[in-house]
Design a protein around this ligand. Sequence first.
Ligand code: GDP
Ligand code: MN
Ligand code: MN
Ligand code: MN
Length: 251
Amino acid sequence: MKMQAFTVENIPLIKEGDDIASIICENTTIEDNDIVVIASTIVAKAEGRMFRLEDIIPGERALTIASKHNLDARFVQAVLDRSKEVLVDYPIFLVETHNGHVCIKAGIDESNVDVGYLADLPSNPDESTSRIGEAIEQITGKKISVILTDTNGRAFKIGQTGIAIGVYRIHPIKNWKGQKDLFGNTLEITEEAIADEIAGAANLLMGEGDGGYPVVIIRGLELRSEESSIQEIYRSDREDIIKKGLRCLSK
Ligand code: GDP
Ligand code: MN
Ligand code: MN
Ligand code: MN
């Protein structure tokens, strides 16, 4: 089996209003079943989701949390504004965003953004991903999938990896239940997190610094699906024992 992964060269510095789909299509050739992996930072910039701390007035809760960390209370307020729930406020500041993504500091990012500005995650990553995916299909006439990524830490392990925060026409989970292993045993629980695996592979080429590679094409996998959503990957509150545990700790 064989899979290819390559960067799209010559992507400019992205500004508000830029048309990401056109920029990608001008700089690479797309084939059927390609998976276009895009760093959320450039989508946030194109959507104008940058902001400045000067424009934020922190409330009481932000001041309290900020005082526990060495954090600017205005930054903490920005995180609170983007969060459905604070899961841990100290010694890490872990929240669930309104979109259901659990991450440190609501994914607000200072890296690869103009000095003095912060970048939000796209507010509805599936919607952003679908808009770009449909536009690429329109321009190229090819049937593709898109994965929107961010860099995230993992519980229990040191180090960040690329993870999926939005999908277009690819299910984030591949269900192996009912399939056989090499010895004929039926697999009972394995659900492979394929969108995160692809995001991790693409992130290897993107890097985290000044490489300038926010778009990676993955070719050779046949994973295109009909309608799909990143929500398929989030555990329901009822089933999520880690969240329950964190809530107990914070009481
Ligand atoms: P994040 O994981 O979505 O927060 O994105 P990163 O800040 O880690 O950037 C991922 C990759 O995209 C790196 O190679 C950056 O250099 C690159 N990158 C970020 N913004 C831009 C941009 O506006 N233009 C180009 N060409 N590359 C960018
Ligand atoms: Mn970044
Ligand atoms: Mn980021
Ligand atoms: Mn990154």
